[in-house]
Design a protein. Structure first.
Length: 143
């Protein structure tokens, strides 16, 4: 199979960062994006804008990859990547030809809160602090 054809099946292929962020903000809004991703460039208390979010994401690889993964698996509802593909950045992942994007997932602030609680319990089991509690020097959630 030709790699170029396979990459073209990836919804991120040819999609600019600003267009992706605009789609996500138009559909979910900053509040939902912050609740699920815990990246301060989406925090409504910090007056987020598409321009400032794109500027931050261009400079911050881990945050951009997190947003791209959210775009693929929540907004485009693609099935989870294999363990091998999951190790790659979202833009480099091969999407099988038969997988087509679906409707965006319906997300709520209540679901985001439950997800954060679940992550906190899982982190506690492994003796770690949840990633969404700690803040890095750049103000974003640390990894």
């Amino acid at each position: 199979m030709n790699a170029d054809v396979t990459y073209e099946n990836n919804p991120l292929h040819g999609l600019g960062l600003k267009d992706m962020v605009t789609e996500l903000v138009d559909y979910y809004g900053f509040e939902i994006l912050f609740a699920y991703l815990n990246i301060n460039c989406f925090n409504k208390n910090k007056n987020p804008s598409i321009e400032s979010s794109v500027k931050f994401l261009k400079k911050t690889d881990w945050a951009r990859e997190k947003v791209e993964g959210f775009y693929l698996y929540q907004f485009k509802s693609l099935p989870r990547a294999s363990a091998e593909q999951f190790e790659l950045p979202p833009r480099a992942r091969l999407i099988p030809a038969g997988q087509k994007p679906g409707k965006p997932a319906e997300l709520s602030l209540e679901d985001a809160e439950r997800l954060q609680e679940k992550r906190a319990r899982k982190a506690a089991l492994h003796g770690r602090e949840p990633f969404f509690v700690k803040r890095g020097a750049d103000g974003g959630g640390s990894r």
